[in-house]
Design a protein around this ligand. Sequence first.
Ligand code: R5P
Length: 314
Amino acid sequence: MLDLYLFHGNSHPTLAKAVADYLRTPLRKRICDSFADKEIHVEIGENVRGRDCFVFQSVCTTPTGSVNDHLMELLILVDALRRASAKRITAVIPYYGYARQDRKDKPRVPITAKLVANVLVRAGIDRLLTMDLHAGQIQGYFDIPVDHLYPKPIFLKELEGYNSRELVIVAPDAGSAKINRSYADRLKAGFAIVDKSRYATDSSQALTLTGNVTGCDCFIIDDIVATGGTMVNAARLLKEKGARSVRAAVTHGIFAGKAYQKLADSEFEEFIVTDTIPQREDVPDIIHQVSVADLIGEAISRIHLQQSVSTLFV
Ligand code: R5P
């Protein structure tokens, strides 16, 4: 058994357990609950002196707590491990909440993704393992090692079996053009891009399409689905432009508000999402979940054994 200590917060116990199973290691004992006034209470239940510790926590909202509760749990777990003399602490954050607030895009706004990086490092993490950050540059907010995974191997598997001459990979906005282009090149498929305009934090419009999708099967790949607006608008535009079918693959499924219903009523035939964020029980059939547990587990194993993780980055 690997001599590593895997702890987890409360945001995503199912994925934490699947990662532990991949590693054939137990989830280590800890108490992570709250006092009557909702202050978080943490106790590490094992001796971690000199140990290589990993703390698993998706920083997202779930029925057990908000994105803020889960961030705070993570910080307190890290603090407890540091004060208990862990040798190294790696934060394993499949979904890094606040990543969308990554720059000053207008006057007098915070860069909250950087603030989160600062507090994580200040709490005591020595390295970060995370997945599909909204902007890759967020890695640079940390002056510690960051291993940044993409679900590309998982999505490529889902795309096997399509006839590349009739397949078009579609970027739903300019920000996702590079990653979508890399899928298209890899699959020798066509490429198209939607010109999206965001007129408020939670609303956007798909304006025009560059590329030909007539009679083709379209796959839209993106990092986040939140309200579902970006995806639903893009799918409608693709259908208007003559696409035969429209599917999507997204890393982080926030599905806020009425997003489930919106997608169920949309032009999509299938909507693939990884399990970096747990889904509610009423998840519609159109949403097909794929697991990142093995990918994260393998990365943890390689970090612990000081092996290269670059082959996982594809
Ligand atoms: C934006 O740049 C992101 O990549 C996603 O496209 C966006 O966060 C999706 O948001 P929504 O589902 O609310 O349109």
